[in-house]
Design a protein around this ligand. Structure first.
Ligand SMILES: [Zn+2]
Length: 413
């Protein structure tokens, strides 16, 4: 790694409202407020970690101090104030991380500075991160300043836990709720970072990182850095899979292929393979349930937007979903969720998963060896009928003359 290596989360931190990823509505409201000169003295930025709260606070601080604001309400990045901000030497911005500095003394140091007007630019901006972590006395000391702030002072409070903020503080702030960033938005940004860094990256690999990041850009970028450092210039889906140790959708596609083929032996072997890779039984159950739900939503254009996947992956889901019926998927979701709930209390956890999967085989494949009623008449069983599904999930004890050996059902440690 080069000596001047800078982590991507810092290197590609947005420096304008426009470049803030995934918070479009919030960014444009702030920009409009700046343009119209309607600024509040206190803002509260709420939302999950890593979604851009502090970044937006810094952009706002720079923009309201810019001497040549663009007609769109963006900082010029050229005036003395902007340069000072970009080089991290502006005296108009103060940041306090209340997670580690939450004493009344820390707040006093901050409020003492509030008394001095800015030497350059119009506003002094005080950012208090994780503001809910302030001690009660610190909170009270801060409240006094918040009640009578000088005209040039602006406070931006950020928190992941809005419900912990006192009503007296809430009522004095303009509140902005930051959203989780969508998988698509994160994927697109990672693609941009990869291109800028000259790294070749599969869209599916970036999609996997985005999904694992669960809405947080900072986490996504640090995963990206970690993977690219060992992948060496090219990030493949396998690299991402190996590094993130996620239970990949490809396994679930295999599982449903086997269900549709009625091949329960291979299904048991697939389960064995997953457990062998160290995946928790419960992760497998809930993963399968979520996957079945995803198949159900992509079956209809009205709900397909509920699937957050890169395009190429979505196409695979759609193809598989078209081979299943909605009642089949519904039965699968219910059986898998039920097993997930029973998992903790099960004595033999592996057997519970196996039984659940075996019970689903006749739901998806109506004429296989596990079909509950081996009737002599050639009348096809409608697998999707509620009765058939019910019988199937209960794995009726139809006597089988030759029980098929299954992999040993040992409890999962
Ligand atoms: Zn400027």
């Amino acid at each position: 790694m080069a000596e001047n290596y800078i982590v991507s989360a810092r290197k590609y931190r947005p420096d304008s409202f426009q470049s803030i990823v995934g918070q479009g509505a919030m960014a444009s409201t702030l920009r409009t407020a700046v343009l119209q000169g309607r600024l509040a003295h206190a803002y509260l930025f709420c939302g999950p970690r890593g979604v851009g709260k502090t970044t937006a606070a810094r952009v706002l601080a720079k923009t309201i101090n810019c001497m040549h604001l663009s007609p769109e309400g963006e900082a010029c990045n050229e005036c003395e104030s902007c340069r000072a901000f970009n080089e991290g030497r502006s005296f108009n911005i103060f940041e306090l991380d209340a997670a580690s500095n939450n004493s009344v003394e820390d707040i006093r140091q901050l409020t003492e500075q509030v008394g001095m007007p800015p030497a350059l630019g119009k506003y002094k901006v005080y950012i208090i991160d994780e503001v809910h972590m302030l001690s009660v006395t610190a909170f009270n000391a801060f409240l006094k300043t918040l009640e009578e702030p000088p005209s040039y002072a602006i406070f931006i409070l950020a928190t992941t836990e809005k419900h912990k903020i006192l009503p007296t503080i809430l009522s004095r702030c303009q509140i902005y709720d930051f959203k989780r960033i969508t998988v698509q938005d994160i994927t697109r940004h990672l693609q941009y970072v990869a291109t800028s860094e000259g790294i070749e990256a599969d869209e599916t690999a970036l999609g996997l990182i985005a999904e694992k990041a669960d809405g947080g850009m900072r986490d996504a970028l640090s995963m990206f850095d970690r993977i690219s450092s060992f992948a060496g210039g090219k990030i493949t889906y396998e690299h991402a899979l190996e590094s993130l140790n996620v239970l990949d959708y490809a396994y679930f596609i295999r599982a449903f292929d086997l269900l549709l083929a009625g091949d329960y032996r291979s299904l048991l072997l697939l389960l064995d393979e997953l457990l062998g890779k160290g995946f928790e039984g419960q992760t497998i159950l809930s993963g399968l349930a979520a996957f079945a739900r995803d198949l159900l939503v992509v079956q209809h254009p009205g709900t397909s937007s509920l699937l957050e996947k890169p395009e190429r992956v979505t196409a695979e889901y759609v193809a598989l979903a078209s081979r299943c019926t909605a009642p089949q998927l519904f039965t699968a979701i219910r059986a898998l969720v039920q097993a997930d709930q029973q998992y903790r209390g099960a004595t033999n956890k592996r057997l519970l998963i196996e039984l659940t999967l075996l019970g689903l085989v006749p739901v998806f494949h109506s004429e296989g060896e596990l079909t509950p009623t081996p009737s002599s008449s050639p009348k096809p069983t409608v697998a999707s009928s509620p009765t058939a599904s019910k019988v199937a999930t209960q794995a009726s004890p139809a006597p089988s003359p030759q029980p098929t050996p299954v992999p040993s059902a040992q409890p999962i440690p």
